[in-house]
Design a protein around this ligand. Structure first.
Ligand SMILES: Cc1ncc(COP(=O)(O)O)c(C=O)c1O
Length: 396
């Protein structure tokens, strides 16, 4: 028997995802021969575009197997800077761009560099759960601000006024958001940036779902409204590169030496092959593939949203980005299934549809919400809706 090893308090405080439970149950059902439709997974179902894969293979054949500089390949930092010019008409010095192991690495660097032990980070509830664990990891804490449809599930200047105190240092938002797919338009980003600046705080904006926005709207980067915001981004979602572990951070130039020291010590550098591969992500032939996929996601949203609405799920605001629908399931609960956790278990067993319970994204109204990820094709989404309908009828 292995010896009992004492864990640190911080390791004990970090919670698992409920969705892993659902995933494991789904896999067990699949092993019994059941057909499970996976709407719980937050990653695109598309393979990485071929030009990106080809660039990776070519770099390996060429012998690019060594560490890159800690802040990333300069050629990639320059390409990302050009992307800001092209997408947002922003001139950003490549020196302000730091290539990281995923947005996860970018979040850890930003929070590690800016959040003091014992201090607070404001974030939304519901929100991306790892953020509060990053805060915990640096011996600080996240203050979860309950948000609902009234503010499009985003932080507002009023929230900043209400929740900011002498211990607060950072506010963190994601636009489009996980789990709600809601976005911040330019005016609301500007108002939020002003509110945080008035508190001498720092605004961190997670733009990992940029590129996946619908309805023909221009999605503004936070850098359009305030050059001092810290922007998080990634190759995982829009570029379809989850497994490559590559993201980036845009910082004010004054932070570069500190972030470089942290990056050197925490990771040395982001994965080399992924960085060479990502150079091809901005080529037109990759962008054409990615645009087709964006349109496919939009079609999926436009299929699943009305289908679920017809079944009694409610969406007080239309999600405008990412690939998530955050559904209020209050009307479907009864004495047989009393909360969203039970409903997700029921729908997995009864309908073979895996969905993430709201509890994974916080506490506020979590028992009344589920997150559907439309990371599967339209025909499967329609089958999922049919099966959910049959299963819900049995509950009445
Ligand atoms: C809002 C948000 N931020 C960051 C991440 C981390 O992404 P990655 O490390 O793959 O770039 C995710 C992943 O789902 C996310 O949803």
């Amino acid at each position: 028997m292995s010896k009992q090893i004492n864990l640190s308090q911080r390791a004990r405080d970090i919670e698992p995802f409920q969705v892993m439970d659902i995933l494991a149950q789904g896999k067990a059902l699949q092993a019994q021969g059941r057909d499970i439709i996976h709407l719980e997974i937050g990653e695109p179902d598309f393979l990485t575009p071929q030009p990106i894969i080809d660039a990776a293979v070519a770099s390996l054949k060429q012998g690019d197997t060594f560490y890159t500089p800690s802040l990333g390949l300069m050629a990639l930092r320059e390409k990302i800077a050009e992307w800001y010019q092209q997408q947002y008409q922003l001139t950003i010095s490549p020196r302000r761009i730091v290539v990281t192991p995923g947005a996860s690495g970018a979040l850890l660097l930003a929070i590690g560099a800016l959040l003091e032990a014992g201090k607070h980070l404001l974030m939304t509830d519901p929100g991306y759960p790892c953020n509060r664990h990053f805060a915990r990891f640096v011996e600080a804490s996240a203050v979860a601000v309950p948000v609902n449809a009234e503010s499009d599930y985003q932080l507002t200047p009023e929230h900043i006024e209400q929740y900011w105190n002498q211990n607060t240092q950072l506010a963190l938002v994601a636009t489009p958001s996980n789990p709600t797919g809601s976005i911040l338009d330019k005016a609301r980003l500007q108002a939020l940036a002003n509110a945080v600046r008035s508190k001498q705080g720092v605004l961190v904006v997670d733009e990992i779902y940029h590129g996946l926005n619908y309805d023909g709207t221009h999605l503004p980067s936070a850098l359009e409204v305030d050059d001092n915001t810290i922007v998080i981004n990634s190759f995982s979602k829009f570029f379809g590169m989850t497994g490559w572990r590559l993201g980036w951070l845009v910082i004010p130039e004054s932070l570069e030496p500190a972030i470089e020291r942290l990056a050197q010590n925490l990771f040395l550098a982001a994965p080399t092959t992924a960085q060479y591969a990502a150079l091809a992500a901005f080529e037109q032939r990759s962008l054409d593939i990615l645009e087709q996929r964006r349109q496919a996601f939009e079609k999926r949203r436009d299929t699943l949203l009305p289908a679920l609405t017809a079944l009694g799920f409610e969406f007080p605001v239309t999600p405008q980005g990412a690939f998530y629908l955050y559904a209020d399931c209050s009307k479907l609960l009864n004495d047989k299934v009393t909360d969203s956790m039970q409903l997700s278990r029921y729908l997995l067993n009864e309908a073979g549809v895996a969905i993430t319970p709201g509890q994974d994204f916080g506490h506020y109204q979590a028992a009344h919400h589920l997150r559907f990820a439309y990371t599967t094709e339209v025909s499967r989404l329609l089958t999922a809706a049919e099966r959910i309908e049959t299963a819900l009828q049995k509950l009445r």
